[in-house]
Design a protein around this ligand. Structure first.
Ligand code: UDX
Ligand code: ADP
Length: 459
């Protein structure tokens, strides 16, 4: 039987899991069910070894699990019971057919909509949390309206802005919560019910309500603009490497203009993650669809610049190691797409490793949280020599070069004197995140290459 105080989230991934854990924690009078078709994932959510690594998440889960937070593979019973259903299933970029490589693959979303129709006995509010192209809510409404049971489904958009690695802090104290609804009486009533949940801990002035289209578009634009800042600074890092300008100095001085601000201006080997590229390509696809080719090209360039940056980094490694890495051991420090997560989706480390494997390097990878994902990502490189290490010192032993590909804090704290003594000489460090003390490493004997800075070499 349906209960007004039961919330369901379909999809127990990086978004659904943490978001629902925080809602359950903050709203003990609601029953929160998280359902997923992947039994391995659901079992892991029931243990202390959660399926995703996120600082602070286990504490939140432990406070609510078994009390008002439940994990299940029984999606259908949970649909029947919940009055509000958040949908947080995956929406990868299409790999086939019309819009391949750009548009979102909505098959999981549509399947979910059909499951909701089939297993509902009462009217429900359906909230889209996955990143979806603009106007999807309308398409979903149409599917849900097509039910022949006389049921009414109100579709809302409530995009998630959490970043991995800081998900709990982002959910606890969001910059804003955005809820979009159809501008109808029933739409506004449904919107109020979702706003009430967030209002338990988010100040009212930070809860923004809009129409559905604005809400959906805001998610794409926020990610596009964040990624654009990184591509902008990365493009200038290429310029710096040709001159004596230093990207860290330029970026710091630029960021002190309060109109520009300091966030998302760190030059890097490139941005990764499941959202940036996918959302921009979605925006590009939509612009093309609405016959706005100039706008589409403008945003597509952000993705192209990122690919250029990844390629440039890998080429710089090969060129500076005397144009060959064949048979040389290369230690890769960091495989996650950013620090404090085990997630490797779209990680620049994947591309860089593939290129080095093509060049026949022997690769040794160390990452504190992402080794299992790295193994899956690189499983297709069957003829490459790749070693997965539990210890960075072991990865670097006998290596000709170390590549820093994730900004894990621990990489700054290693004993590089000890590491240097066990490496092949000349020893190289390519810091793809600009986190190391280049001068100190140079003085230890390393040849140091950072992004957008003059190399420090003994050669
Ligand atoms: C992003 C958005 O920040 C978040 O609001 C949205 O909900 C999901 O997408 P996420 O992908 O988890 O979050 O990580 P984010 O911190 O944005 O970093 C994305 C990538 O950009 C990472 O690879 C990161 O290392 C890189 N990055 C970030 C830089 O290269 N330089 C920077 O200055 C900042
Ligand atoms: P995100 O980063 O957006 O959270 P994830 O890939 O981490 O994406 O999570 C999406 C989850 O949705 C996966 O665990 C997947 O098994 C689940 N999923 C996909 N389709 C369905 C479905 N029809 N019913 C239930 N869960 C689904």
């Amino acid at each position: 039987m349906q209960s007004e105080k039961t919330i369901l989230c379909i999809g127990a991934g990086y978004v659904g899991g943490p978001t629902m854990a925080v809602i359950a924690d903050k709203c003990p009078d609601y029953k929160v069910i998280v359902a997923d078709i992947n039994p391995k994932r659901i079992e892991a959510w029931k243990t202390d070894d959660l399926p995703i690594y996120e600082p602070g998440l286990l504490d939140v889960v432990k406070r609510a699990r078994g009390r008002n937070l439940f994990f299940t593979t029984d999606v259908f019973s949970a649909i029947e019971e919940a009055a509000i259903i958040f949908v947080s299933v995956n929406t990868p970029t299409k790999t086939f057919g019309s819009g391949a490589g750009r548009a979102s693959d909505l098959q999981y979303w549509e399947k979910t909509a059909r499951d909701i129709i089939e297993h509902s006995k009462d009217n429900k509010i359906v909230v889209e949390k996955s990143t979806l192209p603009v106007r999807t809510a309308e398409a979903m409404s149409r599917i849900l309206r097509s039910n022949d049971k006389g049921l009414k489904f109100e579709v809302l958009s409530n995009p998630e802005f959490l970043a991995e690695g800081t998900a709990i802090a982002d959910l606890d104290n969001p910059d804003r919560v955005l809820v979009g609804a159809m501008q109808t009486e029933t739409g506004m009533a449904a919107l109020q019910k979702v706003v009430e949940i967030y209002a338990r801990w988010v100040p009212k002035e930070k809860i923004i309500t809009t129409n559905v289209w604005s809400s959906e578009l805001t998610k794409l634009v926020s990610n596009a603009m964040l990624a654009q800042r990184i591509s902008s600074v990365n493009s200038i890092s290429a310029f710096c490497e040709k001159t004596d300008a230093n990207i860290r100095e330029v970026s710091k001085a630029v960021s002190m203009d309060s109109r520009i601000g300091s966030k998302f201006l760190n030059a890097s080997v490139g941005f990764g993650g499941s959202c940036f590229k996918k959302d921009i390509l979605n925006l590009v696809y939509l612009c093309e669809h609405y016959n706005l080719p100039e706008v589409a090209q403008y945003w597509e360039q952000v993705v192209k610049m990122n690919e250029y940056q990844e390629r440039r980094f890998a080429k710089r490694v090969v060129e500076n190691m005397f144009n060959t890495v064949a048979g040389k051991k290369i230690a890769v420090f960091g495989f996650a797409f950013k620090a404090d997560t085990g997630d490797t989706r779209e990680s620049p480390a994947i591309y860089v490793t593939e290129l080095l494997a093509e060049e026949k390097a022997n690769i040794a990878i160390y990452d504190p949280k992402a080794i299992e994902n790295a193994k899956e990502d690189l499983a297709h490189l069957t003829s490459a020599t790749i070693e997965y290490c539990n210890d960075p010192y072991q990865a670097a032993e006998g290596a000709h070069a170390i590549l820093i590909l994730t900004e894990w804090k621990e990489f700054k704290e290693y004993d590089y004197k000890k590491i240097y003594s066990k490496m092949n000489k000349p020893a190289f460090i390519f810091d793809g995140r600009n986190i190391l003390n280049t001068k100190e490493l140079y003085e230890l004997g390393f040849n140091v290459f950072s992004i957008g800075q003059t190399p420090l070499t003994h050669l």
